[in-house]
Ligand binder design. Structure first.
Ligand SMILES: [Zn+2]
Length: 265
């Protein structure tokens, strides 16, 4: 872990709201050889990182799985819930609202981070909600030493944005990687920063991905004789890189275009 402190007293959770069923099973259901990965992770925090407190944002999906695991298997771990605004669950279905209320009531500490103005038009409401969600995430990171995340690798959305912010601040943590089916330390910053590969002369965008991935690709292209491709960071951190809608493959760069799969490693 380099210079990171090995004690993580307060750990903030961040993860996707929608998880495939097999990922939920991987996280929560034990097998003959051990408990679900999330239970494993909670115990590892407690025993190896001296964690005393886990903070959940109580959103649907990972936040609630995490809260649940802390309450059921934390064995002395405290659960804090940081609620973005009082009406967080107001538009959920009844069973979801009931579960949210249950977890909230069972928490050892509760913070309601902001106030949603009433009577906003739909567009204004969703803007205000987003602002409150980001504010809540900020507050969680501010109070935490480390992060526990379920991240599928997408460079867009709230989980990515929160992880990016945490790594920029130098916070340590662990990430459940569903594709690899393992828990790992947080990625380095260059693997979280969105970037595009573009042509020097015309600006056409050939590919998008993390700064690390695009830099690596540009290097491979250059070694294969395609030296006109450049990498730049994608400025919009909140929305990340869109794959569609970008100008690509004009007459000027056609000669330099090459199937990425055909570029030697
Ligand atoms: Zn072009």
């Amino acid at each position: 872990m380099g210079t990171h402190p090995s004690r993580w007293p307060v750990v903030a959770g961040t993860g996707h709201r929608e998880l495939p069923d097999d990922a939920v099973a991987w996280l929560t259901v034990g097998t003959e050889t051990g408990p679900g990965k999330l239970v494993d992770g909670i115990r590892w925090l407690r025993d190896e990182r001296a964690t005393t407190t886990v903070v959940s944002g109580l959103a649907l999906g990972f936040d609630q799985l995490l809260a649940d695991a802390v309450l059921e298997h934390g064995d002395g771990l405290q659960l804090w819930v940081f609620i973005p605004f009082e009406e967080q669950a107001a538009r959920w279905i009844r069973a979801q609202r009931a579960r949210w209320a249950e977890l909230r009531a069972a928490a050892h500490r509760e913070v309601v981070c902001g106030v949603l103005p009433i009577d906003l038009p739909p567009a204004g409401r969703s803007k205000a909600v987003n602002r409150l969600l980001w504010g809540r995430d900020d507050r969680m990171l501010h109070e935490a030493t480390a992060v526990m995340s379920y991240w599928d690798g997408r460079l867009t959305g709230g989980t990515h944005g929160t992880l990016l912010k945490a790594v920029e601040r130098g916070m340590p943590g662990v990430r459940f990687n569903p594709a690899a089916r393992r828990a790992e330390y947080l990625p380095v910053l260059d693997r979280l920063v969105p970037a595009v590969l573009y042509h020097r002369d015309c600006g056409c965008v050939a590919d998008s991905g993390s700064l690390a991935a695009m830099s690596e690709l540009a290097g491979r292209l250059a070694r294969a004789g395609h030296r006109q491709w450049r990498v730049r960071r994608e400025p919009s951190r909140r929305t990340g890189v869109g794959r569609g809608g970008q100008r690509t493959g004009c007459a000027r760069c056609a000669a330099d275009s090459v199937r990425v799969a055909s570029v030697p490693k």
